[in-house]
Each structure stands twice: as C-alpha cells, then as structure tokens.
Design a protein around this ligand. Structure first.
Ligand SMILES: Cc1cc2nc3c(=O)[nH]c(=O)nc-3n(C[C@H](O)[C@H](O)[C@H](O)COP(=O)(O)OP(=O)(O)OC[C@H]3O[C@@H](n4cnc5c(N)ncnc54)[C@H](O)[C@@H]3O)c2cc1C
Length: 484
C-alpha cells in the first residue's frame, strides 16, 4: 500500500460495523448516511489532495521505499522539518485551516512517538515501545486516518479527577485477558471520530503516580466491539459549496467516546500501568513536534481570514475607513506573528532523543495560549467588517433564478465591478467561517483543542522557568549599585 486516494479511504470505512450514534439513530454505514455525505466527501478530498500536490505532500520513505504521506516522516534533521513544513502548509490549504483534525495531526504525533523509542522503553516498557514503532509503520504504510482521545471527562468538578463519579467515568483497565487488556470508561472528545480508521489513546494531562489503571496508551480500530462513538449534532449541510463553502464539506464531527469493556489486543498496547512514563512522554518533544502542524494550519487560516476581510472591505467600498484598516492590520499581525513563530521554532530546531528532531518549543509555548484569543477576535472582526452584509447573501439557486436575478443585479452588486454573485460568495464564505453553526463550533475548537488557554499559559510559564535562570532583575540592581 502507498498513499491512499479518496476512493480507497472511503472503501476502507464502508460498513465496518463501527457503533456510531447520531441523535437517537445508530448509523449503519457512515459513508452512506445522508447527514455525513459532505463530510465524508471532505475527508476523501483530503486524501486526493495529497496526490494533487504530491511533490509537497508525499515523500519516498527511506525504510519502506514506498511513496508515503509527509506527515509520517520521522524528522532526523532541520532539513526534514523544513521539508515537512512545505507539505503541512499544502495540506492545510485544502480547507484553508478550517479542518483542524486532518489525519496529518495524529500522524505527526505518532511519528514523534516512534522516533523516540528510548523515551517509551524506559522503566521496562521495551515491548510497548516496539509495538509503538511497528504501529507507526503500519499507519504510514496503510495511510490510515487516526483520531485521538486524550482527556478524561470530569463529571463533577468538585471532586478530584479520578475520585467518585469522575473515577467511574475515567478510562481505565479493568482486566487482563489472554489476548490483551479490557478497558472501561469514557474520553472527550474524538474529532473525526466517525470518519477515522483508528482511535489513539494517549496522555492529555498528568495522572496521579499511584494510578496504574489509567496509565494507558494504545490504539484501536474504530470498529472494535464495545466502542461507542456518540456524535454531537452534525453541522454539515448537503448543499452547493457556493452557499456553504465550509459546512458543505468540512464538518469534521466531534464525538464523545465510550469504552464499554473494550478489549485492546496486546500488540496495540504501547503503555500499560506506568504513571511515571505516562506523565513523561508528552514532555519529551510533543509540543515542538505537533505544534509545527497546528501552527502552520493556524497561519494558513489567519492569512485566509486576512484576505477574506480585505476583499469584504473592498466589496463594500470600506477599505479606506480608518477603523476597518486598523482591524485588517490586526488580523495581518496575528498571521505574521504566527508565521514568525513557526520560522523561529524551525530555526532553533534540535535533536530531542534517538536522532529525532523537533522544532524548538518556546515559540510554540507562547503561541499555544495566544491563538485561542486571536481566533475568536478574528471572527469578531469578520462580523464587524461584514455587518448586515453577511446576511444579504442570495443563494446559488436565488442567483440562478431568472425572476430574481434582475433585482439582484440592480440592488445587490458590490463596489466597483463586484457583481452580486461575487459579493454573495464572499460574504457567504465569511459567514460560514465565523457565524454559521460550523463556524461557532470551529471557534470553540480553536479555544480548547490544545487545552484551555489558562492551562497553556501556566505551562508556558513553567517552560520558561525550566529554559533558563531569570537573573536580569538582580543583575540590573547590581549594576546600579556598582555605579559610582
Ligand atoms: C471542538 C472541540 C474538539 C475537540 N477535539 C478533541 C479531540 O479530538 N481529542 C481530544 O482528546 N480532545 C478534544 N477536545 C477536548 C479538548 O482536549 C478539551 O476541551 C481541552 O483539553 C480543554 O479541557 P477542559 O474542557 O477540561 O478545559 P479546562 O482546561 O479545564 O478549562 C475549562 C475552563 O476552565 C478554565 N480554567 C482551567 N484551568 C484554569 C485555571 N488554572 N485558572 C483559571 N481558569 C482555568 C479555562 O479557562 C476554561 O474556561 C476537543 C474540544 C473541542 C471544544
């Protein structure tokens, strides 16, 4: 197998017995369900996109000698990271950053894990590390789509995370079998859950050092018996992409996942019952690795938003208004700061372990809590520049209707030579970006998908303290005191 096409991806998904719930309905086949038509087409298009841009998105794997998706590359040098950047930027352009959980996200995570087996084999977990390396090769060679669930649900915030009802909800091991282990509990969330091939479970937040039962890292096919994928309401719409450019294709569908006594085969277990390693693995380069993908996606999205807003302002003749220019400059600044952070992180890339290279973490640590504020602000700017124009948007069918079109031509053109069609398409794109049901969900995603900004700022501070000693304040006083 080499990199898959969209058609191959869809046939791998077809009626595999997975237990997907949408509302009160158990979906028999996600590829056939009317609600999911556009989304399946959207993910399928992503697989085709990598072939369309093969020069950027596919590389010749030195081990398997096969044409492999760039997100499976285990970076062994700064140049590998730059090569990967080109591919990731191209992949992000498929949805202009509106798909947060394209398969390259979790692929990068596993390439990073497999590139550092010594981190996993510490504390006698040699078999887990071996399984992990073999699994990453399997994912790369089959070009599978993975989702992940890394957060335990908190049922009652008054209790510690693993006590009482919280403990009952947490995903934990309940028994060993001759074939592997049985796990029970739940996890939030699995974005792409119904449309992925595999569900990976790995650490999101640290666990208490005496809780071997929750110290689990593994992966499973989504069709594993006992796995329930409970979807949120679907926001995708089976309509002309002109009307809903994002909702018609890019609802990546979040789901709550219940593990109802699910058996994990032994060769899919990467860590079983070692809280110390569980708590350590994510601190060993995950941020410097994964945030190359997430930050490039954010950069592509911010640059798209900037251009969208410039075009909106032009279309209504408002681009010279001082407050509009200020807002346009604000979005451009966010985009450029993101691009600069990526560049800085890549420039200071270094080896982490076992010959594997990741970007420097500090620029990403700064970006991680900042983007959750910038992204909602961009949506606010879109609404402020767009105003009522975001809703004066005749549909494709309306524009094509011979009785209506003359009125639209007369009353709804834009400034200059912008015709009603171009104007409507622009403002519809902006509304679907920032204001539709999917746009609202995307804003929530940006706020939380890498943990809340509050947690991320605290991590940024802890990282800064570990990076170096902060001695400038007493140094300044000494130099004042020493002055004659
Ligand atoms: C659209 C969407 C898709 C997602 N997809 C996935 C997925 O595919 N896989 C996955 O594993 N997870 C996914 N998640 C879940 C995500 O990982 C969690 O929502 C995220 O980690 C935040 O965790 P939390 O909700 O427990 O928030 P917390 O970090 O607990 O934050 C909740 C609130 O408390 C505040 N807060 C927290 N700590 C502090 C503090 N110390 N001081 C002050 N305020 C504080 C925060 O600001 C926030 O408002 C997704 C979430 C969303 C919204």
């Amino acid at each position: 197998m080499t990199t898959r096409t969209g058609t191959e991806y869809v046939s791998g998904l077809r009626a595999d017995g997975r237990e997907v719930w949408l509302g009160g309905e158990r979906v028999q086949d996600v590829t056939e369900h009317p609600a999911f038509v556009g989304s399946v087409q959207g993910v399928s298009g992503f697989f085709d996109w990598q072939h369309l841009h093969a020069g950027d998105c596919i590389f010749a794997d030195p081990v398997s000698k096969q044409r492999t998706g760039i997100s499976h590359l285990i970076p062994r040098s700064a140049n590998d990271l730059l090569r990967r950047h080109t591919g990731l930027e191209q992949l992000a352009r498929y949805s202009m950053g509106m798909l947060g959980r394209t398969p390259d996200y979790v692929n990068l995570t596993f390439a990073g894990f497999a590139g550092q087996p010594s981190v996993w084999s510490a504390n006698g977990n040699a078999q887990g590390a071996e399984n992990l390396v073999a699994f990453q090769r399997h994912v790369a060679e089959k070009d599978l789509a993975l989702t992940h669930t890394i957060i335990h649900p908190t049922v009652d915030g008054r209790l510690p995370p693993y006590d009482g009802v919280n403990g009952e909800a947490a995903l934990r091991k309940v028994s060993d079998t001759s074939e592997g282990i049985v796990v029970r509990g739940a996890r939030i969330l699995a974005t792409l859950g119904p449309f992925a091939d595999e569900l990976a479970v790995y650490p999101g937040q640290p666990i208490p050092k005496d809780r071997d039962d929750v110290a689990l890292v593994f992966s499973l096919p989504l069709s594993s018996p006992g796995l329930k994928i409970i979807c949120r309401d679907h926001y995708g719409l089976d309509v002309d992409p002109f009307d809903k450019p994002f909702s018609s294709r890019f609802d990546e569908q979040d789901a709550f996942v219940v593990f109802d006594d699910v058996e994990v085969p032994r060769d899919r277990i990467f860590l079983d019952g070692d809280p110390a390693t569980y708590n350590a693995v994510m601190a060993r380069g995950w941020v410097g690795n994964i945030m190359q993908q997430t930050s490039i996606r954010a950069m592509v999205k911010l640059e798209f938003a900037y251009e969208l807003c410039c075009r909106m302002a032009d279309a209504i003749g408002q681009s010279r208004r001082p407050d509009v220019m200020q807002m346009l400059g604000e979005i451009w600044s966010y985009a450029e700061l993101t691009r600069s952070a990526v560049r800085a992180a890549e420039a200071d890339a270094h080896e982490f372990a076992d010959g594997t290279w990741f970007c420097s973490e500090a620029p990403f640590r700064a970006l991680r809590p900042t983007l959750p504020a910038w992204m909602p602000r961009v949506n606010e700017i879109i609404k402020r520049i767009g105003s009522h124009n975001l809703l004066a948007t005749p549909s494709r069918a309306g524009l094509d209707h011979p009785d209506l079109r003359p009125s639209l031509d007369r009353y709804l053109p834009g400034a200059g030579d912008v015709d009603p069609e171009a104007r409507s398409r622009l403002f519809r794109t902006a509304w679907d970006f920032a204001g539709s049901a999917l746009g609202g969900r995307m804003e929530l995603y940006e706020r939380y998908y890498l943990a809340s900004a509050a947690r991320a700022y605290a991590l940024a501070h802890m990282g800064a303290q570990n990076d170096r000693e902060w001695t400038q304040v007493p140094a300044f006083w000494s130099h004042l005191d020493a002055a004659p």
